[in-house]
Ligand binder design. Structure first.
Ligand code: PLP
Ligand code: COI
Length: 341
């Protein structure tokens, strides 16, 4: 199969329409068979639940070309499970896991020409999403929905690739206690937009959100979980009910323990202890692992020893091992890689 003529090495993290997207409609209590379509536009009623009350949730995963030329996805079963949790919390119908996996396979296969070649530095990003599509004017769930998957080839999420980032401690909150921080609801991102634009205007790459209850513990950034490495090489990640259970972060904890033989810990991390850590990274499907060089807390700079030019040594090992698994250079744990045939 011939690849599209795309400058893979210079892609940023943006949207480019591809040949096919997947769509299934929910009506009268059931999902229809679903199909691929070439139409990139969605036409819905002006009073659709998604437009009036933001009834929408989404997922993010990637397809990779392996060293030996296969096309694979990484732990898509966990995206199906998390989408189910998001849907339940937003009173939306669940799109069944087996159907989710088949839809992922189908849409990647149909867009194989857009899956970046091995070694290009790019990947195919998949965005499964669901929304309420029929009219609601009183506050209640819609009765009709669409489940869709669009795909787009992407490069690094942060400009500058894997150069260490400067992030700030945010004054605004991302999630309320007992709110929706643990699901991938569009509303969590809408309310972060003011803050991310402000962060960029002030020269920061991202916002670190603190726990909304006490504002003393580290939660996550607007689009990624956080990992820290201690001076004695322990990998630590914040535990909280109001952060998104990142599939990348869960995978990295396994990689740290089982591949690198490191001690790992998931526990509340106080802002006051961050200055003692040796390394920090943002992790997620889009972010992969993006090293943090500096955290700025209202003028107080917390600089990590690896500096602003390169990743810390443990972050680098985690990055190499995770991407090695995703690109087929290293053997994956059972069930982590799904080949598209
Ligand atoms: N946290 C937030 C708020 C995110 O948007 C994402 C991205 O999906 C993540 C964490 C990372 O999750 P994952 O590793 O499953 O992509
Ligand atoms: C992802 O990593 O898949 C996300 O959804 C994060 C988003 C900020 C692009």
């Amino acid at each position: 199969m011939e690849k599209k003529n795309i400058d893979w090495g210079n892609l940023g993290f943006g949207y480019m329409p591809t040949d096919y997207r997947y769509v299934s409609h929910f009506k009268d209590g059931a999902w229809n068979a679903g199909e691929l379509t070439t139409d990139s536009n969605v036409v819905i009623n002006e009073c659709a639940g998604v437009l009036q009350y933001a009834q929408t949730c989404f997922e993010g995963l990637k397809a990779y070309t392996t060293e030996d030329g296969r096309i694979v996805t990484f732990r898509p079963d966990l995206n199906a499970e998390r989408l189910e949790q998001s849907a339940v919390r937003l009173r939306m119908p669940v799109f069944p896991k087996e159907r989710f996996l088949e839809a992922v396979d189908q849409v990647v296969k149909a867009n194989a020409a857009f899956v970046p070649p091995y070694g290009s530095g790019a990947t195919l990003y998949l965005r499964p999403y669901m929304f309420g599509s029929d009219p609601v004017i009183g506050v209640k769930p819609a009765t009709e929905y669409q489940f869709r998957i669009l795909v787009t080839p992407v490069g690094p999420y942060f400009k500058g690739g894997v150069k260490p980032l400067t992030v700030r401690i945010s004054d605004l909150d991302r999630a309320a206690p007992h709110g929706t921080g643990h699901i991938k609801a569009g509303l969590n991102y809408a309310m972060s937009l003011y803050n991310i634009v402000d962060a960029h205007e002030q020269g920061y790459d991202e916002n670190i959100y603190l726990d909304p209850g006490t504002r003393t513990y580290i939660e996550e950034t607007g689009g990624a979980n956080i990992i820290f490495v201690t001076k004695d090489n322990k990998v630590i990640t914040p535990k909280s009910d109001s952060i998104l259970p990142s599939i990348t972060r869960r995978s990295l904890m396994t990689v740290a323990k089982d591949y690198l033989g490191l001690e790992v810990e998931e526990r509340p991390v106080a802002l006051s202890e961050v200055a003692d850590f040796a390394e920090c990274g943002l992790c997620g499907t889009a972010a992969v692992i993006s090293p943090v060089g500096k955290i700025v807390d209202h003028g107080r700079e917390i600089a990590f020893p690896a500096g602003m030019e390169k990743m810390g040594p443990i972050t680098q090992k985690l990055y190499d091992t995770l991407t090695g698994i995703q690109m087929g250079r290293l053997e994956a744990p059972e069930g982590w890689i799904r080949e598209i045939k």
